[in-house]
Design a protein around this ligand. Structure first.
Ligand code: BTN
Length: 235
């Protein structure tokens, strides 16, 4: 990964710059970073507030995975991100499908989008910021959790190393990635409400299936959830 790296002072979104690069033929592992994003995007069309001090990065992946296995990329990236944060001394947990939380507050978001045969993997990590700068009352930052700033270059290095490993394992031994996912999870065993494109479903998050879909136990049986937004409920 990161055979070619572009670092920008300011971009609307690293994701859109990565898309342009793919259209111009960029290779696997091309990385785009920006100090500031003026139009950072989150999942489901949300805005992603991206001031200086954060790690705002998009990676171009030309995966060796077959089309039917591309959904493995986001859980693998979440595991990679969580492991990189543990190496820094931050006890990050994964909220299905791929948010990283510390003490129940979001520190990192992951956005995977297709572009032709490529995947644009966007990672937004609240690093050297104060929580108030994130624009979200439910967010935290590495600065807050560690009580100091982190070396962004070291963080990028840790993250890319972990991503390389986990993306490799996603093809060969996805079961092992999911076992690590479960060990780092904070969703399973909880009552949750999931908002999907198809509507809202509530139940107990019981497990993941062999492809990473969330298995929800509902009064009318087990439901497999492939995408959606999880809200934890009491009880
Ligand atoms: C989420 O909603 O949790 C995903 C957030 C992803 C944000 C990152 S920051 C780098 C890349 N560029 C963007 O515009 N979004 C992603």
């Amino acid at each position: 990964l990161a055979r070619r790296v572009e670092v920008h002072g300011e971009l609307p979104s690293t994701q859109e710059r990565a898309r342009e690069l793919v259209r111009a033929g960029a290779g696997h592992g091309t990385a785009v970073l920006a100090r500031v994003q003026s139009g950072g995007r989150g999942r489901r069309g949300r805005q992603w507030v991206s001031p200086p001090g954060g790690l705002w990065m998009s990676l171009v992946l030309r995966p060796e995975l077959s089309l039917g296995k591309l959904h493995r990329i986001t859980p693998a990236a979440a595991v990679a991100g969580a492991k990189a944060l543990w190496e820094l001394g931050v006890e990050a947990r994964i909220k299905w499908p791929n948010d990283l939380l510390v003490g129940g507050r979001k520190v990192c978001g992951i956005l995977a989008e297709g572009e032709g045969t490529c995947v644009l993997l966007g990672i937004g990590l609240n690093a050297n910021l104060d929580p108030e700068e994130t624009g979200s009352p439910a967010a935290t930052t590495l600065r807050r959790e560690l009580g100091r700033d982190v070396d962004l270059l070291r963080l990028i290095g840790l993250l890319l190393g972990r991503l390389e490993t986990e993306l490799g394992r996603a093809g060969e031994d996805f079961g092992a990635v999911l076992d690590d996912w479960r060990a780092l999870d904070c969703t399973l065993g909880r009552r949750v409400r999931v908002r999907r494109f198809g509507g809202v479903v509530e139940g107990v998050a019981a497990d993941l299936n062999s492809e990473g879909a969330l298995l929800l136990e509902t009064p009318s049986g087990t439901v497999e959830v492939f995408e959606g937004e999880v809200e934890k409920l009491r009880g």
